[in-house]
Ligand binder design. Sequence first.
Ligand SMILES: *Cc1c(COP(=O)(O)O)cnc(C)c1O
Length: 411
Amino acid sequence: MSELTRLDFEVMDKNDPLAEFRELFELAEGQIYLDGNSLGVLPKATKKRMQEVVEREWGQELIRSWNSSDWINIPRRVGDKIASFIGAKAGEVVICDSTSVNLFKLAAAAVKMNPGKRKIISEPGNFPTDLYILQGLVEFLGDQLELVTVPRDEIEAAIDEDTALVVLTHVHYKTGKLFDMDAITARAQAQGALMLWDLSHSAGAVPVDLNAAGADFAVGCGYKYLNGGPGAPAFLFVAERHHAQARQPLSGWFGHANPFEFSDHYAPAPGIERNLCGTSSVMASSALEVGVDIMASVSQQRLREKSIKLCDLFIELIETRCPEFTILSPRDSSERGSQVSMGHEQGYAIMQALIQRQVIGDFRAPNVLRFGFTPLYVRYVDIWDSVSVLVDIMKNDSWNCEEFKTKTAVT
Ligand SMILES: *Cc1c(COP(=O)(O)O)cnc(C)c1O
């Protein structure tokens, strides 16, 4: 490994079947973007699409666009495209709201479907919003239920007959650790529990097959690997077999069977649309659609192969050239998503020094440097070059100054 040179990485790029996708994205010259797991890059086509939505659909067509530009079906249309690469059927996914709100809606629907059981199981250290939303739901329900957090290797054993719902994030945001979706879903259902997966770090990053796993519910994020733009709408999945029974509590008019009858009484739409609440953000949804179209055009298997190679090469270079860092992500690629996290006491300042040198990752408290590898636009040479910059920063202690130690609001 130590004999590899930059040239080897250039050759890998030449032979990369996904190389041409990079051209579809706006990437500043000289910048190495390893943060697509936090905010995906702008697809070039999104600029043109946004201009069209603003100038023609909104600016000229105005209210007519609900029909003439099919704004009304955006949640379902984009949902069907996402369904195509997460192992769902058309009609099982919609885009709407944020991941947090969708989690609330589906967790509430799920616990209502499973009365008499007291526990919701999740993982300590899950993405904070997942835990916060579940805490809020439990409190709202007057503490009929209890949120129990169990370390990841004890989860299967902890799921029992008193478990109403299991909520887990498939790829952990901080460590990149991957749960065995099939095994945990099967275990939950064998005990009579429902299973809700958060796919925020999975959709577009690792192959997901919700229906093969028999998942009941899922939510996920639009602005990470799907490149939907900051604050893009999220998505939600409800397995078709639950469509009739699952009643989410935010029964807004867009979830009504006939919103334009303006009836006084709520009657849920028969299909996945009952999980909508209010009017879609049309501009944000239109931007997300461009990113989703790109993702839907790629082989998830090819993406996974490149992602594994990028992560493995990065880990090996770090281990040989920067051994002072502790690799926190699993080395076995079958247990890892599309990111590599590593620990260092001075992690925050080191990341700031990297960012100043145009290598963009992020930092997660207390000491984690996080690098996301998005195979659509990260090149093999980016792996070589980012590690070389890091080696240089460490050799010269260039992280060691006040400027890099002062924390900003968003890390
Ligand atoms: C990014 C992320 C979210 C985002 O939630 P929002 O409500 O869209 O801000 C939720 N869950 C996980 C696991 C995430 O990584």
